[in-house]
Design a protein around this ligand. Structure first.
Ligand code: ASP
Length: 432
């Protein structure tokens, strides 16, 4: 059997839903269908999930979500009418949701209702059974999946039937509606794929797959045919946004392949994500920012065992998560997310580091980005690294730090944020 997840743009209108229906009906193995809330129909549109977050804001400000909720009602009713479906049953559901949001049911509840309402609608349209995600998915406080989920799915879902299930949310241990992070319907699909032992998890979106660079600014970027789970993790961490990074874990453990496919071009192969593949080398380049680099100097630094650890714990008390640390003879440096600390606290931190560790020199460089090249065993062939550095050098792009060898799956180059896109462009040109 196949588990399918259809993202927001795939379910944004009646026209898109008709495509989804024909995709699902064209292969009888497509039995479990996870849906997102209606997303954008065009670039100026607003996602239903965003409207739901606005509802909460409105309730806080004025006691009622009339304004945003009327836009939500309009969207759903328009879809139902365009599909020639009865609207009466749905108006009841809308009314109940609105009342609950108005009675301060909270952000998680409100945000989850886009998927909830949409799954009810799609189940009606397809004639499949609707299962509420709160009946089968239990989410822990840290956002991970609680083990109770597996037995719940096992007892509620029949392998011979077809289901429509809302993505993005479940419940917590106290039976309160809880959402995953944004884009979390990917996680719901992964959970169901694992629980149902699917032969493949099809993740339907509005692009041709996972691209080897951001196609919005690299016009010659193209979809990656096959990549491993580990490569997806690396690429997602670098800002590539096709697939939610946390959705890898459930399917990876079970070895279930993921196929990223395009609802608007359903016969195209898309990207296959698998455990192992034979080919090594670069598969993608991406960038993420904004970071600040901290560098410290002190004579005999490396002769003071444990010092770097102590500095890391001081940084953590300021809410900083140190990353990409590198150490020299009398120096060390690391990066952290710029907005994890205010300018005021950064000043205090500097004073504290100087007084506590007697550094001779401390510098902060901000507005940096990390450009990463990802690929299985990428560092086995140093030519990839050389070509990337040459490309930056030839374009006068300064490299503040480089991390090679921390992983066999990627290397990273730190550049000015305003040069990050240019860096991706020139590295892409030299590697692909
Ligand atoms: N609707 C949610 C969002 O916009 C979840 C999802 O689409 O996966 O983030």
């Amino acid at each position: 059997m196949i588990v399918c997840k259809f993202g927001g743009s795939s379910v944004a209108s009646a026209n898109q839903l008709a495509k989804v229906k024909s995709i699902v009906e064209s292969d009888s193995r497509r039995q479990v269908i996870v849906v997102s809330a209606p997303g954008k129909r065009d670039s100026s549109d607003v996602k239903v999930t965003d409207l739901l977050y606005s509802c909460c804001k409105e309730v806080k400000e004025s006691g009622s979500c009339d304004n945003s909720f009327s836009q939500i009602e309009k969207r759903f009713i328009e879809i139902l009418e365009d599909l020639n479906l009865d609207t009466a049953f749905f108006k009841e559901a809308l009314k109940e949701v609105k009342e609950k949001i108005n009675s301060n049911a909270g952000e998680n509840y409100a945000a989850s209702r886009g998927e909830y309402l949409n799954a009810i609608l799609v189940a009606k349209y397809f004639g499949y059974e609707f299962i509420d995600a709160t009946e089968i998915i239990v989410i822990n406080e840290d956002g991970t999946v609680d083990d109770e989920t597996w037995s719940l799915i096992d007892s509620k879902l029949d392998k011979s039937k077809k289901y429509i299930i809302p993505g993005f949310y479940g419940r917590n241990k106290n039976h309160v509606v809880t959402t995953f992070s944004r884009g979390g319907s990917d996680i719901s699909g992964a959970i169901l794929s694992k629980a149902m032992n699917a032969e493949v998890y099809e993740n339907w979106t509005d692009v041709a797959g996972c691209y080897n660079a951001d196609p919005r600014f690299i016009k010659s970027a193209y979809p990656i045919e096959t990549m491993t789970y580990k490569e997806v993790r690396e690429l997602s961490a670098l800002g590539a946004s096709v697939f939610h990074a946390d959705a890898i874990a459930p399917v990876m453990k079970a070895g279930i392949p993921i196929n990223i496919k395009n609802t608007n071009d359903s016969t195209a192969k898309g990207t296959m994500i698998v455990s192992n593949k034979d080919s090594n080398g670069p598969i993608g380049v991406s960038q993420i920012g904004t970071y600040t680099k901290l560098s410290c100097r002190k004579l005999m630094l490396t002769k003071a065992p444990g010092m770097v650890n102590t500095i890391h714990s001081v940084l953590r008390t300021y809410g900083i998560n140190p990353m990409y640390s590198v150490q020299g003879v009398d120096t060390f440096s690391l990066l952290f997310e710029k907005n994890s600390i205010s300018d005021k606290n950064l000043k205090l931190l500097k004073e504290r580091l100087i007084s506590e560790f007697q550094f001779e020199e401390i510098t902060f460089v901000s507005d940096l980005s990390i450009v990463g090249v990802v690929g299985q065993e990428i560092n086995d062939d140093l030519l990839n690294y050389k070509k990337s550095l040459d490309a930056l050098y030839d374009n006068d792009i300064k490299v503040y730090q480089s991390v090679v060898g921390a992983s066999s799956l990627a290397f990273f180059l730190v550049v000015d944020e305003d040069k990050a896109k240019k860096s991706v462009e020139v590295i892409f040109k030299s590697l692909f």
